[in-house]
Design a protein around this ligand. Structure first.
Ligand code: SF4
Ligand code: SF4
Length: 359
């Protein structure tokens, strides 16, 4: 950072460099903040005259990626579960396998084969296989726990990197940066997704995954409204709101995760932390498996395959919510917190006082 602060060649690329320029010295907390502000676009690596083989060996995307994982463990809640970030790819894969196996075996044990392997149609068909109270309680426990862990992690990050009040303008600016992924734009010309050439592919694939996930969540919420307030039990028609939202979300999630996985396989490994690949791939595969089994369940819900597909999909969903706070998914939480801190720092009053302090 001290070399970059003297050089400043990359200051238009992303938020990291303007945030860096507000500082003369870099505490551990500053570095945690800057590492999470980095969107791993890799632009500064290919632009840098001090990148390897230069003796300075500047490789910000790689160093920041390694530091980010340390921050995930440092801010994790509850603290003893921070160890989940060690050998994370293996852990996420094991929990996913266990979640699917547990739901499948329990369904087979508790339901007769006549129920599990027969076609069920009409309102409440899914609940013939897995009773509604079981679905509701297990989903609610894992979902609420994941939300709580995210909120506590966000709070830990915010306090450690300086705390302080937040105004509506800063929140608006941060939300804009989160929802547009502005920092994956490389300052306007795109990212170095695969090598030194520029493209917007990673940004759009990330959008497909992110908005796909949100649409799937919206589908679940609207399905709950249909059931609990309108008294309409699933499965719903092809053109009903839950099915339209879920189909669009599932396709977006699948396209985004598979595309990002492909980019990781063929991209230049030099600016990446290869030892963290397992963590990335495990989450992408879990998200892809959840969306794929959801789409298959939708397509085959009127057939005898519905029972097994429902158990497998529900197992993936439970595993996903269990591991979300201890997987690569948390980068969204800490990156959002870093963007909020950046927005606070860049409001005119803060920026001018920080600049005069730096001067
Ligand atoms: S990454 Fe390299 S080129 Fe960019 S600001 Fe730092 S030292 Fe300068
Ligand atoms: S990799 Fe991209 S986002 Fe990260 S510091 Fe470099 S230019 Fe900024």
């Amino acid at each position: 950072m001290e070399i970059c602060n003297a050089c400043r060649y990359c200051e238009g690329y992303c938020a990291v460099f303007p945030a860096m320029e507000l500082r003369r010295a870099f505490s551990d907390q500053d570095l945690n903040y800057l590492a999470n502000l980095c969107h791993n676009c890799r632009g500064c690596y290919y632009a840098c005259q001090y990148a390897p083989p230069h003796e300075f060996g500047i490789n910000l995307p790689k160093v920041f990626a390694e530091l980010r994982v340390q921050t995930y463990a440092q801010y994790a809640w509850p603290a003893p579960l921070a160890r989940a970030f060690e050998r994370n790819g293996v852990l996420v894969s094991l929990i996913a396998a266990f979640g699917v196996a547990a739901v499948l075996i329990l369904t087979m044990l508790l339901q007769s084969s006549g129920v599990l392997y027969s076609a069920h149609v009409g309102p409440g068909a899914f609940y013939t296989v897995i009773p509604y109270p079981v679905m509701l309680v297990l989903s609610a426990i894992t979902f609420v726990f994941a939300l709580l862990a995210f909120a506590m992690g966000f709070r830990n990050f915010w306090r450690d990197t300086g705390g302080g009040p937040v105004d509506g303008r800063a929140i608006g600016r941060a939300l804009h940066d989160v929802f547009t992924l502005r920092n994956l734009g490389g300052g306007g010309h795109g990212c170095n997704d695969l090598d030194e050439s520029f493209s917007g592919a990673r940004r759009w694939l990330h959008h497909a995954m992110f908005y796909g996930f949100l649409l799937c969540f919206a589908a679940t919420c609207t399905a709950s409204l249909y059931q609990d307030f309108l008294g309409m039990r699933p499965p719903y028609g092809w053109f009903s709101l839950p099915v339209v939202l879920g189909t669009a979300g599932g396709i977006g999630l699948l396209v985004g995760t598979v595309g990002l996985f492909g980019m990781k396989l063929i991209g230049d490994p030099a600016p990446t932390a290869r030892r963290l690949l397992g963590m990335d791939v495990a989450l992408l595969m879990l998200l892809a498996a959840t969306s794929l089994t959801g789409l298959l369940l939708l397509a085959l819900r009127a057939t005898a395959a519905m029972g097994v597909l429902l158990a497998v999909h529900f197992g993936f969903v439970l595993a996903l919510f269990l591991v979300l706070p201890y997987s690569k998914f948390v980068h969204g939480v800490y990156r959002s917190a870093a963007l909020l801190r950046y927005a606070v720092e860049m409001t005119p009053s803060r920026a001018s006082s920080s600049s005069s302090a730096a001067s």
